[in-house]
Design a protein around this ligand. Structure first.
Ligand SMILES: Cc1cc2nc3c(=O)[nH]c(=O)nc-3n(C[C@H](O)[C@H](O)[C@H](O)COP(=O)(O)OP(=O)(O)OC[C@H]3O[C@@H](n4cnc5c(N)ncnc54)[C@H](O)[C@@H]3O)c2cc1C
Length: 258
């Protein structure tokens, strides 16, 4: 149970507290995971990030910057974000959770069935870390460095992008979430969660100009779903292929900026 709650007012102070307490302390975004059963933290010291002034959406040199402590609802309300990200934020079914959870918390927690990470991966997001480094979101998720996240950078936010969540109901467990984007050179990025070990790109399906049934087949073979109450392996493979092929068709049909 958290017994000491620090509220640093600068990134420097937050990093200093982490250096002081090391593994005994956790960064605290909205606390929706750290405070909830069964994901509740066992650590006693929390370093709250709410006072760091990282809750803005802004433009810098043609890139869209999303502060790590912005709540999912405030981000959804921003008129600057791309349509597919707006839609994906709505996949987090509860407004209470959206009001509490932060963008940085969602990325650092990296839930296996995250409904947000696929669209961020499809949009080629980078993340800026407390140590000053910028890395791709993909590398961050692969290395899982537990570094303080300061912001997400979308270098090409309005590329064509579409996303979809499959679930039995809005509040039901997600079978899968997929996102597909096409950049100005028609380079395709495909990302999924729920039917792969962790939210990730499906590189095998990106590079050969496939669409329609051919793409469905490659995607169905590339995912690695597990049977559970959301469905069988065969169903999940089938639906993954259909959803990705549909999203690519949507992207290609949209033609212009979104
Ligand atoms: C009832 C309920 C429903 C939920 N529904 C969904 C859902 O539909 N979809 C979904 O994807 N998730 C869902 N979640 C999971 C959870 O809300 C998300 O993982 C959430 O986005 C975490 O954000 P947070 O800011 O509250 O993180 P916190 O709980 O504050 O922290 C989560 C982790 O991230 C770390 N962290 C936080 N901010 C930073 C930062 N800036 N830099 C580095 N590390 C950081 C913390 O140390 C901790 O390890 C749900 C949770 C609950 C309790």
């Amino acid at each position: 149970m958290i017994e000491q709650f620090y509220r640093p007012e600068s990134v420097q102070q937050a990093l200093e507290l982490k250096r002081q307490f090391l593994d005994e302390a956790v960064y605290f975004g909205g606390g929706s995971k750290l405070n909830a059963t069964p994901t509740k933290t066992g650590k006693k010291i929390a370093i709250a990030l709410a006072q760091l002034g990282l809750n803005q959406v802004s433009w810098q040199q043609g890139e869209l910057l999303l502060g790590a402590t912005i709540t999912l609802q405030a981000l959804r309300d921003s008129p600057l974000i791309p349509q597919a990200l707006h839609e994906a934020l709505g996949f987090v079914y509860s407004r209470h959770i959206r009001n509490q959870a932060t963008l940085g918390g969602e990325i650092a927690a990296a839930p296996k069935d995250s409904v947000l990470l696929p669209v961020l991966l499809a949009l080629s997001a980078n993340v800026v870390l407390g140590n000053g480094n910028t890395v791709t979101l993909e590398d961050y998720l692969a290395d899982y460095p537990q570094e303080l996240l300061l912001r997400v950078v979308l270098p090409d936010p309005y590329r064509r992008c579409a996303t979809h969540k499959v679930a039995r109901s809005a509040a039901g467990l997600a079978v899968l979430t997929a996102a597909v984007s096409c950049d100005a050179q028609s380079k395709v990025r495909i990302a999924l969660s729920g039917v792969v070990a962790r939210p990730s790109r499906l590189r095998d399906a990106e590079y050969n100009g496939l669409s329609g049934p051919a793409l469905e087949k490659v995607v169905a073979e590339a995912v690695a779903p597990q049977a559970d109450l959301c469905g069988s392996v065969a169903y999940k493979r089938y639906i993954s292929g259909v959803v990705v092929a549909d999203l690519l068709a949507r992207c290609q049909a949209s033609g212009g900026e979104q």
